[in-house]
Write a protein that binds this ligand. Sequence first.
Ligand code: AAO
Length: 511
Amino acid sequence: MKLLLLLSLIGFCWAQYDPHTQYGRTAIVHLFEWRWADIAKECERYLAPNGFGGVQISPPNENSVINNPSRPWWERYQPVSYKICTRSGNEGEFQDMVTRCNNVGVRIYVDAVINHMCGSGNPAGTSSTCGSYYNPNNRDFPSVPYSGWDFNDGKCQTNNGEIQNYNDAAQVRDCRLSGLLDLALGKDYVRTTIANYMNHLIDIGVAGFRLDASKHMWPGDIKAVLDKLNNLNTKWFSEGSRPFIYQEVIDLGGEAISSSEYFGNGRVTEFKYGAKLGTVMRKWNGEKMAYLKNWGEGWGFMPSDRALVFVDNHDNQRGHGAGGASILTFWDARLYKMAVGFMLAHPYGFTRVMSSYSWPRYFENGKDINDWVGPPNDNGVTKEVTINADTTCGNGWICEHRWRQIRNMVAFRNVVQSQPFANWWDNGSNQVAFGRGNKGFIVFNNDDWSLSSTLQTGLPAGTYCDVISGDKINGDCTGIKIYVSNDGTAYFSISNSAEDPFIAIHVESKL
Ligand code: AAO
């Protein structure tokens, strides 16, 4: 019995569901399109000191260089080879990043584009980030190498080789997603080639992978690739640790393929999370925050220990992928901070924070015609992430993860880790509050009138700094103070016109 318990504990700790973040770190950040040199610095100067667990990076392998439009962000989802060579940096810079981040306890998760190569209509030649030759027309990628045998052209049953119907699971997996050449993951050669690429990254020291377009791969084919992966590098991880896996499967319901088919391989992105939370915060469809009382599985989401959750991602913040107009982003900063705050305070799922760059968003007929615009750059060369005197980022980088409210809620999540959801309160409308055991408490006012209530916090008596309006610095609060009495209650007052209409306190923000 004891042995079984021990084995299952070990199984959990070392399995593909575990992000292998350093003890006490519970959230990761997607540094979308950042250069490796900037990520290395960010790990040391900001992420480690502020308790971030890890970074999801943009795809590190060589991609097609697209010139029409000019260097879109999405060219990185069109692989040409598995050389570590992109606008974010070369292999030396990649190794330096992984080493330096791991050395300060911040993990690196690679966005692995393994379902396909580049678009079938791209011209033959050397328009690629490392100068490799390729010819999409005859499926020739000599730098891998892949040839016509390694693609699903013969297997796909639609008349034009494209996915036409998401209600047909076979075509979603065997046909081309937006013209992208679909790799034959049923073949051992392709599986081994992909596993070699991933093992190269594992040996350098990455902790895991986001598997791009997982819905478009058969779960069994993914498993066959994962079975070939090495254990994590023992320089930083305990012996026998398996890479963390989270699969990008968009399942909002109503299609042939469901997330649960992928649970055996690892975690899965829960796209219902951001779509629903955005709807609630915007008060669309009669939704209100009071309904969040049973947030999580109670809303029809996947089991918490399988879910990778986020408010927005690099696709749906600009109208790609799924989720639609309800998705909250930095463009709606006030509601966005509340939504991210709610996510980080709530126990459901493993959390990922988005970190974006700005682009000239411009809607025509409801569609952002600049949804393709790549990262801040000079003639295609990605700009450095500069840091302003007030700790925000310059050069067009938004750095949501550096916003005080978000940074402090990452710390909140670390403090309340594994504490139960507790002391829920709501006013039947959009004023809600909840705690995490006796470690933290958060109150939201998303109504059009002010909140003033005495609530049970579950916290020990004392004076606490609200970590939304300010920080605890040198034994004092730079923002609002909250006084918890001996019975655990405290009085909260939040104006509906406050800059940030929510308050969060935790045991480490106590004076
Ligand atoms: C680019 C060009 C294309 C060109 C292609 C090849 O834009 O015009 O044909 O190159 O030359 C990214 C960009 C693409 C880009 C691609 C390659 O987003 O625009 O194509 O790089 O450069 C599907 C997939 C999902 C995918 C998502 C974007 O299932 O895996 O589309 N996300 C990942 C990445 C993404 C990347 C790729 C995959 C490709 O995160 O950045 O693409 O590597 C339904 C389905 C979803 C499907 C969406 C969109 O969703 O369920 O599975 O996502 O449609 O096609 C409601 C529904 C919801 C529905 C949604 C949209 O919300 O409830 O289910 O509407 O209809």
